[in-house]
Design a protein around this ligand. Structure first.
Ligand code: GDP
Ligand code: MG
Length: 182
């Protein structure tokens, strides 16, 4: 019942990163516990939701996906409006996807224009750590953590949407940092 929880909070989470890094797969793993190898553009809903409980708070994460528009960096104002947290994703096996992070970070701040850009909660996910047993990896964890340190120590997780590694942990952190800034 509604009296069970002291607060109910809706948090808008947006997921950014180059096309193909696994944004949709991470969300599907987190929300529906499923993974597919098939590569298909996201069609339909703009967002998916999952509820979780943090202390006495019932939190609804409203996680916004792109429908492939990230290729053109034309996500539109509605996508960014009112965001409570920005999840940036790169593929540890693709250098370019890591090098794009500065652009995604700047693009978010420009479009979302948060009240305090210095303290806005970002998080970075290095995805596809399962690929080739880690042998095709080109971005080291150290390099990723250095980048996070340069961006006011934003939290970092190494994930696999395929093997369900750190997905739950990463989105729990998303909820926590989004809540603490709200
Ligand atoms: P998006 O464009 O960022 O939304 O990327 P998708 O979620 O569509 O994933 C692109 C491709 O990478 C798909 O073929 C997925 O099956 C695959 N993929 C996504 N995450 C992983 C992962 O963690 N490991 C592996 N091996 N493949 C992944
Ligand atoms: Mg996608």
């Amino acid at each position: 019942s509604s009296s069970t929880f002291r607060r109910r909070t809706l948090l808008k989470v947006i997921v950014l990163g180059d096309s193909g890094v696994g944004k949709t797969s991470l969300m599907n793993q987190y929300v529906y516990n499923r993974f597919t190898q098939q590569y298909k553009a996201t069609i339909g809903a703009d967002f998916v939701t999952r509820e979780l409980q943090i202390d006495d708070k019932l939190v609804t994460l409203q996680i916004w996906d792109t429908a492939g528009q990230e290729r053109f960096q034309s996500l539109g104002a509605a996508f960014y409006r009112g965001a409570d947290c920005c999840v940036m994703v790169y593929d540890v096996n693709v250098s370019k996807s890591f090098e794009s992070l500065n652009n995604w970070h700047a693009e978010f701040l420009k479009q979302a224009d948060p009240a305090d850009s210095d303290t806005f909660p970002f998080i970075l996910l290095g995805n596809k750590v399962d690929v080739d047993g880690g042998h095709s990896r080109v971005v080291s964890e150290k390099r990723a953590r250095e980048w996070c340190a340069s961006k006011r120590n934003l939290p970092y997780f190494e994930t696999s949407a395929k093997e369900n590694i750190n997905v739950e942990e990463a989105f729990l952190c998303v909820a926590q940092i989004a809540l603490s800034s709200d």
